[in-house]
Design a protein around this ligand. Structure first.
Ligand code: HEM
Length: 225
């Protein structure tokens, strides 16, 4: 285990961990939104999917949840440490914050990341732990947990829909920079592949997030009822 401690302490190791955990979390978002798009297919499709997910064999759901938690914690821990180290190394903040090289997206990574974290806590409290802003758990006509109605009722509120739309757009912004800089962090920075690595990966991030944003909007505009 000591190699992990040494790896995360080195600056190169930190970059690798940020890139790998970021890519893993992005894969989770792709899978999660692909499942959520079943809202367009209606109550039966969505609730059947939720049951299948909860009944995956060999404890696969809990293994995935464990992996997800480790990736989130590692990503956040190293992100905050890098941010504070950078600030400590540069106590006198630049007079012009807009440095020539750093884009707006890159300079705001700690803020967009923190907003996404707060959103995830709210989201878990709402849809997973049913602690805020949802009706008590209902069953559908087949006796399954009615995940479809829970989500649709929540998104019928313009306030909750707005929280999701804004948060997922901020996630898109965070991902767009993360995905384009990830390649450099792991040393895949060849001019020949720059278009694929640095341009197409953020585009994929935006496509996935816009698919996610479409869900609350589709409920608000009555496309999903
Ligand atoms: C339109 C947007 C979204 C919808 C409709 C949605 C829907 C849901 C639902 C219904 C659940 C509960 C699943 C269940 O217990 O059966 C859930 C859980 C979860 N969501 Fe989302 N979600 C959205 C966006 C996001 C985003 C942007 C993230 C993270 C960046 C996220 C992360 C999670 C996590 C970590 C869980 C817990 C998974 C688990 O129980 O293992 N969700 N989501």
């Amino acid at each position: 285990m000591s190699w992990i401690v040494r790896l995360q302490k080195s600056s190169l190791g930190s970059k690798y961990i940020m890139a790998i955990t970021g890519a893993g979390l992005f894969l989770f978002v792709i899978g999660h939104f692909a499942g959520n798009l079943l809202l367009y297919w209606g109550q039966d499709a969505m609730n059947a999917y939720a049951v299948e997910l909860h009944n995956l064999p060999y404890g696969a759901l809990w293994i995935a949840r464990g992996g997800l938690l480790i990736m989130v914690l590692a990503h956040i821990f190293i992100a905050y440490r890098l941010t504070f180290q950078n600030r400590a190394a540069r106590p006198q903040r630049y007079q012009y914050e807009a440095t020539l090289q750093a884009s707006f997206a890159s300079r705001t990574m700690p803020y967009t990341g923190t907003i996404v974290l707060l959103f995830i806590l709210f989201h878990l409290a709402q849809f997973t732990f049913h602690l805020v802003a949802v009706d008590p758990v209902q069953l559908d006509p087949q006796g399954r947990e009615d995940v479809y109605s829970m989500v649709v009722h929540a998104f019928q509120s313009p306030v909750y829909s707005a929280i999701y739309v804004v948060s997922v757009l901020i996630l898109g912004f965070h991902l767009s920079h993360g995905l384009s800089s990830m390649w450099q962090s792991v040393g895949l920075n060849h001019r020949k592949y720059n278009l694929a690595f640095r341009k197409l990966s953020p585009l994929l991030g935006w496509i996935v997030c816009l698919a996610g944003v479409s869900l609350p909007l589709a409920v608000l505009f009555g496309l999903i009822k």
